[in-house]
Design a binder for this molecule. Structure first.
Ligand code: ZN
Length: 149
């Protein structure tokens, strides 16, 4: 897989130095997502407080794309309003599904733009999306829980 060198460095940096890779003891929702086609696994804990994504923590094993992508996600979405996090989520999913036709908005996607090249490799798109789907799942559960409280 050929990715732009700079982008490759961003991905490798997150893979070697993953951010927020230590499951928080307190959370509103905990999910476990797997990508069987590659063997990637992620546990993700999420806390949403007053409509803000206040904490995302995770643990996992798998390929550099899957692990870097969730590390990038935690840095990008923590502290964002949930509506804003969903807008970023939608842009990232659209980028991944674009087959290389969309280059993405770096102002919105920040380091996640480094994964743009993955969209040209259908087999790897699920790797890049694994952590994002886990986040979306956890956010729905966390918000359902907060309505009950
Ligand atoms: Zn993978």
């Amino acid at each position: 897989m050929q990715l732009d060198n700079l982008y490759q460095e961003v991905i490798l940096d997150h893979y070697k130095h993953p951010q927020n890779k230590k499951l928080s003891a307190n959370y509103d929702a905990q999910v476990h997502h797997v990508n069987p086609s590659c063997g990637d696994e992620i546990d993700l804990n999420l806390t949403i407080k007053d409509g803000i994504v206040s904490d995302i923590s995770w643990d996992g094993v798998g390929c550099s794309i899957s692990q870097a992508s969730v590390s990038i996600l935690t840095e990008l979405l923590t502290g964002k309003k949930i509506d804003e996090a969903y807008l970023i989520f939608d842009q990232f999913v659209a980028l991944m599904q674009s087959k290389g036709a969309v280059s993405g908005d770096e102002m919105v996607l920040e380091d996640a733009i480094a994964l743009a090249g993955v969209s040209k490799y259908p087999a790897r798109i699920k790797c890049a999306l694994l952590g994002w789907m886990a986040f979306k799942d956890a956010s729905v559960q966390a918000q359902a829980k907060s309505k009950l409280d």
